[in-house]
Every structure is written in C-alpha cells, then in structure tokens.
Design a protein around this ligand. Sequence first.
Ligand code: C2E
Ligand code: MG
Ligand code: MG
Ligand code: MG
Length: 287
Amino acid sequence: YHAKQKGNHYLFFNDSMNEQAVKRLQIENLMRFGLKEDHFVVYYQPKMDIATGALVGMEALVRFITPKKGVISPGLFIPIAEETGQIVEIGEVVLDKACKDVKRWIDQGLFNGRVAVNLSARQFSLPDLTARIDLILQKNQLPSYFLELEITEGTVMDDPQEAISIMRSLSSRGIHLAMDDFGTGYSSLAYLKQFPLNTLKVDKAFVDDMNTERGCNMVDSIVTIAHNLGLHVVAEGVEHEEQLHQLQRLNCQTIQGYYYAKPLSAQEFEQFLRSQHSEKPALQLVN
Ligand code: C2E
Ligand code: MG
Ligand code: MG
Ligand code: MG
C-alpha cells in the first residue's frame, strides 16, 4: 500500500487500484481525443409494437469507436464520462447526430416517429439544459415532437421537486419523456405520479426474470402501475419469443431487444426503414 496525503486526508491505494486509476485516465484521454476526432457514433435500436409488428421508434445509443482500442463499451466509458463531465459534450454530439439522421429519414418519408435519446444526470442538471436542446433541434430543423428523452430514476430522485420543473419545461415543448431502467433505482411511487412522463421502460433485469412465475407477476405489476398512471410501457432487452408472448399477455405495447433487432448503424437502420417500407415481414429482416 502507498499512502498519499491530500489535504487532511490520507488516500490509500494498492497496485490494482492504481492500475484502475491509470485505466480511467487512459479512457478519459481517449474520450478527449475522440471528441476532437469524431469517434463517437450513434447506433439505433428499433422499438416494435407487439400487436402489429410495426416499427414505432428507436433508441439512439452511443458507440465509441477508437482506431487503436477498437469499440469501447458504453458500460465502461459512460460512468467515467459522467464523473469527468465529458458526458455533457458526448451527450450533445449524440443528440445532434440523432436529430440530423432522423430529420433526413423524415424528409425522405421513411420515418414518422420519435427518436429516444438518453439524457445523463449531468446534462439534466445543467441550468441551460432546455436552451441547449432547443438550439440542437433548431440547428437540425427538427420539431421537438420527434424527440423523446430517456432519464433514469437516479437522475430525477436526486432532487425530485427540481426534476419536476425541468421535466415540465421539456414536456411543454412537446418532447416526450421516458423513465429508463425502471425498477432498478429507488424512485418512489409517490413521485412517479407527479413526474410528467409519457413512457416507462421496464428494465431488462425484469424481462430476464419472466421465466419464473414471480418474475412474470412482477412485470405484470409494473405494467399495471404504468397503465394506471396513463403511461406507455416499453419492455427492454427482449431476446426470446416466449418473453414476447408473455409481455403481450400482460398488455405491454412495445418491445425493444435483440429478438426484434440489435442496435444498428445509421446506414443499417436506414436499410431497415427501407425494407419496412417495401412491406416485407419485418421480423425476418434484422440480424
Ligand atoms: P439503456 O439506455 O438502458 O440502453 C439499453 C441497453 O440495452 C443498450 O446497451 C442496448 O444495446 C442493450 N440491449 C437492448 N436490447 C438488448 C437485448 O435484447 N439483450 C441485451 N443483452 N442487451 C440489449 P448499450 O448500448 O451498451 O448501452 C448501455 C447503457 O449506456 C444504456 O442503457 C445507457 O444507460 C447508456 N448509454 C448509451 N448511449 C448513451 C448516450 O448517448 N447517452 C447516455 N447518457 N447514456 C447512454
Ligand atoms: Mg435508454
Ligand atoms: Mg434502459
Ligand atoms: Mg438498461
């Protein structure tokens, strides 16, 4: 162990902690470079209406593609970007690219729904958040009607009253709001009804548990709560047909998951949109 004095505190770290710190610093540097060199790319994962099999929207998911280290998973770099604050710039790059792509698909008559973009806690707490979003929408000439923002419980439960007012200002612009990874954080039901949400996304962990009766009951309860609050429900991480059938039985309207489609590059997603247009059965078309 080494000891290092920082103010009045001693920080102890062993070699593996040191290694971790070096890795974080490496990723931080890669992200700084990646922002300059445009290494952040947006993929799109389709959301499907269970009843009709039609595409109803998509989620924009960032991909960090570095020339030297290959693709770095969001699970690895997003938490670091949250800490360093780089997530603000990355998030705006994603929003800008998503707006640009969707604008093009709308203009080409290929799409007429909403694109969902993840909003980090850091972005959510920016005092000029709405102005920043307005600017990106304007720049891309995309009406706010086509945008949905996904936020997590942790983001809004930090200061729920403040969160309500931020959400209201977004919602009043016609932007839809989705609660992401629902059930994994600690949001209280008392607040859930006060948030101006449109959609609740059932976390993949609950969908994974649907092979047990208790797991199914759990999802049933979540869907019922959501519907009682007038919210649309999206189930995340649907991989198997059996899950789809169970979700259908529980009146969940929309699914997102590998069963229907993996996240696709903009080019692949555009092909997907074109194939939907030519009215071939959608379920056979995606990897
Ligand atoms: P999320 O917002 O809950 O996104 C869903 C994640 O589940 C995505 O992982 C997606 O690829 C994955 N997924 C979807 N269907 C399936 C499935 O059937 N099976 C499995 N195993 N996985 C599935 P991804 O793209 O790795 O992103 C992970 C998380 O990183 C996201 O979770 C989100 O919290 C964050 N993230 C991604 N892009 C952004 C972004 O642009 N901004 C911010 N702030 N966070 C982002
Ligand atoms: Mg999400
Ligand atoms: Mg999610
Ligand atoms: Mg998730």
